[in-house]
Design a protein around this ligand. Structure first.
Ligand code: 13P
Length: 255
């Protein structure tokens, strides 16, 4: 369990995607909180839908569980129908926000450039961005994993100051492992994480790279979390499907 040899405090985050009503969110927290009440070895984050944010913040009050949004727009207000601003998320009680998830890139036109604007706006508002990167299966098979990660890293984090960079969390989510039951092996994930950390050292500073938390995402389950967390390069997980079930997500938190 709690392993004090780690340089970086792990983060176990759940991305609920487009699941759970407010009522379902409340039921989840009622079951989940007692199961993780003793967990001090990691930070716990849950990212519900926009409509369930306030209910989740209320339900998680008094616990160490942080609530995150799944996306944000970069302007602070304006004529942008359907969008939500960083300061609105802060007011709703969010501490963090997922940015650049592959599903946003795949289905909703997210680009490295839009992710970059969102990261900067989120940091400016005091939110912790959880920036997602990851290659498609075809890109991995073509041997392009590193060039894709480098393009996403540079594009999404362009023109960030070192101070801004020190506020972010990254998530490596190989697209071929998301919702497929096909997890990257701990070694494959660790290799990508190391590549991203080296990029961080070159682009920002060795110190910032050493403190950057990089989460792995893609079919993380109670059965494979231990092996993933045994890798020093893996600082936590961004969990989709298994975060919807209180017991399963608690088992991942208590790896
Ligand atoms: P799964 O855990 O369902 O594969 O989803 C991963 C993910 O996309 C988390 O953001």
């Amino acid at each position: 369990m709690a392993d004090t040899s780690r340089l970086r405090k792990p983060v176990i985050a759940g991305n609920w995607k487009m699941y759970k009503t407010q009522r379902e969110a409340r039921d989840f927290f009622a079951e989940f909180q007692p199961l993780v009440a003793a967990a001090t070895h990691c930070e716990i984050v849950v990212a519900p839908t926009f409509t369930a944010l306030a209910a989740s913040v209320e339900a998680a009050k008094g616990s160490a569980i942080g609530i995150a949004a799944q996306d944000v727009y970069w302007a602070s207000e304006g004529a942008f129908t359907g969008e939500v601003s960083p300061r609105m998320l802060v007011e709703a009680g969010c501490r963090a926000v997922i940015i650049g998830h592959s599903e946003r890139r795949q289905f909703f036109g997210e680009t490295d450039e839009s992710a970059n604007r969102k990261v900067k706006a989120a940091v400016a508002a005091g939110l912790t961005p959880i920036l997602c990167v990851g290659e498609l299966l075809a890109e991995r098979e073509a041997g392009d994993t590193q060039s894709v990660l480098e393009r996403q890293f540079r594009g999404s984090l362009a023109a960030l100051t070192t101070a801004e960079f020190s506020r972010i969390i990254m998530a490596y989510e190989p697209v071929w492992a998301i919702g497929t039951g096909r997890t990257a092996t701990p070694e494959i994930a660790a290799e990508a994480h190391k590549f991203l950390r080296d990029l961080a050292a070159r682009s920002f500073s060795a110190k910032d790279a050493a403190s950057l938390r990089i989460l792995y995402g893609g079919s993380v389950k109670p059965e494979n979390i231990k092996g993933l967390m045994a890798q020093a390069e893996i600082d936590g997980a961004l969990v989709g499907g298994a975060s919807l079930d209180a017991r399963q997500f608690a088992a991942i938190v208590n790896y």
